[in-house]
Design a protein around this ligand. Structure first.
Ligand SMILES: Nc1ncnc2c1ncn2[C@@H]1O[C@H](COP(=O)(O)OP(=O)(O)OP(=O)(O)O)[C@@H](O)[C@H]1O
Ligand SMILES: [Mg+2]
Length: 245
């Protein structure tokens, strides 16, 4: 179980202190699939990075399976079973896809069959990719899919995916949603998926809407999805004012 208690994050800018996350409180039970959604700049990625330990909160506490992990490093949290896939994954010159999968699986050897299983889940063929370097020669969508495959190889208890749909073609996206569904069905892991995609939102046990650095709403897909749709149909208040003149 993951518990976020009064999470606060602020940064100091030339204009003064900017509150990015304001008193976030959440409890996420094991084996759930939770989708964080909400407007751009709402605070979703910052929150995910705080859970992974990439960003240190300025206030509050994070408990994972009852243990206070607030001051633990990324590596220590990874060892406890938390993993995070970046919205924009980094590239690693000189490291092959096979090296990355091996590192993620934490084993001494990883058979081609096993690599193939992970890569197939994101719509890639091991024959074409295992020996490729994860450098600029790979397309954005390929890097994104390889990173998701490395998270699957890590076999973590809590997997956080930051906009897994970004830059991914329709065929691979369909394969990926099937993979999420399967992990969820088999209760293999808890998943937090940051997404703007209707198809992923529909898979969720619960949707958490993060806006303005706060949990603006949370509930089941049936409860929240109509509200999101209604909200996104709203016009620009400035233009509406102009039009009514
Ligand atoms: N170190 C920082 N300094 C200044 N502003 C920051 C910093 N980190 C985050 N922000 C701001 O905090 C807000 C939340 O950013 P975040 O990346 O968490 O949003 P998001 O919900 O993931 O958005 P998106 O849907 O576009 O990915 C943004 O306005 C961002 O510019
Ligand atoms: Mg983001």
């Amino acid at each position: 179980m993951l518990e976020l208690k009064h999470i606060h994050y602020s940064v100091t800018t030339p204009e003064g202190v900017l509150d990015i996350l304001k008193d976030i409180n959440l409890v996420i039970d094991d084996h759930k699939l939770i989708v964080f959604t909400g407007p751009n700049g709402g605070g979703k990625t910052t929150l995910a990075k705080i859970i992974m330990g990439l960003v240190q909160p300025t206030g509050g506490q994070i408990l994972f399976n009852g243990q206070d992990v607030t001051n633990l490093s990324i590596t220590e949290r990874a060892k406890l079973g938390i993993s995070y896939g970046f919205q924009q994954p980094p590239r690693f010159k000189g490291i092959t896809v096979h090296d990355l999968l091996l590192l993620s699986a934490g084993e001494e050897k990883l058979s081609k069959d096993r690599c193939c299983q992970y890569l197939t889940k994101v719509g890639l063929c091991a024959n074409d990719y295992l020996d490729r370097e994860v450098d600029v020669s790979l397309s954005g969508g390929e890097v994104k899919r390889i990173e998701i495959a490395t998270i699957l190889a890590r076999n973590s208890q809590l997997m956080i995916f930051d906009e897994p749909e970004a830059g991914i073609d329709l065929w691979s996206f369909a394969r990926l949603t099937e993979t999420f569904e399967q992990i969820h069905r088999q209760q293999d892991a808890t998943m937090i998926i940051i997404s703007h995609q209707e198809r992923i939102i529909q898979l969720a046990d619960e949707i958490v809407v993060v806006a303005g650095g706060q949990v603006a709403n949370r509930g089941t897909t049936e409860e929240i999805f109509p509200l999101i749709l209604a909200n996104t149909l709203g016009g620009c208040p400035v233009l509406q004012k102009e039009e009514s003149k």
